[in-house]
Ligand binder design. Structure first.
Ligand code: ATP
Ligand code: PRP
Length: 226
């Protein structure tokens, strides 16, 4: 038994590093990456109702939260590291985060879209004022403001593609990957806002206070990316 375990003097035990991840795409695409980094949860996050999962490494735990909450948990140090879509990070208003590396997972693009019929006679270069439905209020405001376009933004929490179909707004700002959701709803992409993928983020204080432990996990993930 080590001196530390005996309660005697010796090296302090390694602090636990918490990694915040969201269920769904991020965890589905993130788990294979973590596995390549030598980190595997002790139970299947898709089946478990547990919100904090042990891993094969005694000093690494996974915290399972909603995608949009990852920056908040990491900012306040409730998680040391997190995996969040660039869309979520761009929309987040707080600071206190380091964006460490692009993990290249959950790739998609943030686009302005509108009904195909409208797009046939529309020219985004002629826009001076647009009404958009989106959950990306801050990103949309910034995107259009940079082009000198005024915006009326309707905040939604999901299913943005419905908005033009029911007359809520002609245009939406939403994520597109295969384009199947737009197509199924008679919409087309008309303007690119940003390319999106998931990033590894870190709490700034943890990078100092738990430097060695956090760095060990970050190095594993960086090595797994190749
Ligand atoms: P919640 O389920 O909590 O409402 P969410 O719908 O944003 O959140 P996901 O759909 O799992 O959760 O999306 C998580 C992240 O995955 C997004 O922030 C984005 O970066 C990325 N993403 C979303 N949709 C796609 C897609 N169709 N293809 C690829 N990546 C996507
Ligand atoms: C995302 C996004 C689009 C869809 C785009 O929704 O909001 O609706 O994916 O993907 P596609 O271009 O491959 O069709 P998601 O499936 O995550 O559903 P949600 O909005 O309810 O989270």
């Amino acid at each position: 038994m080590s001196a530390a375990k005996q309660g005697g003097r010796g090296a302090a035990p390694s602090p636990v590093v918490n990694i915040a991840l969201s269920k769904g795409r991020i965890i589905e695409e993130g788990l294979p990456l973590l596995a390549r980094a030598g980190i595997t949860p002790s139970e299947d996050p898709a089946r478990s109702r547990k919100l904090i999962l042990d891993t094969n490494l005694p000093d690494v735990k996974l915290t399972i939260i909603r995608a949009a909450d990852v920056p908040t948990y990491v900012r306040f140090g409730a998680a040391d590291l997190g995996v969040a879509g660039k869309d979520v990070l761009m929309e987040y208003e707080g600071d206190g985060l380091y964006e460490l590396m692009d993990l290249g997972i959950a790739r998609c693009r943030l686009m302005v879209a509108e009904p195909a019929g409208l797009a046939a006679r529309d020219d985004p270069k002629s826009w001076t004022r647009v009404r958009v439905a989106t959950k990306y209020v801050n990103i949309s405001r910034r995107h259009f403001a940079a082009k000198g376009i005024q915006t009326d933004i309707i905040k939604l929490y999901g299913s943005m593609e419905l908005a033009p179909l029911v007359g809520l707004s002609e245009r939406i700002v939403d994520l597109v990957s295969t384009g199947n959701t737009l197509k199924a709803n008679g919409l087309v992409e008309v303007e690119h806002v940003a390319d999106i993928s998931a990033w590894l983020v870190a709490n700034k204080a943890a990078m100092k206070m738990k430097r060695d432990a956090v760095k060990a996990v970050v190095d594993r993930i960086a090595a797994a990316l190749g």
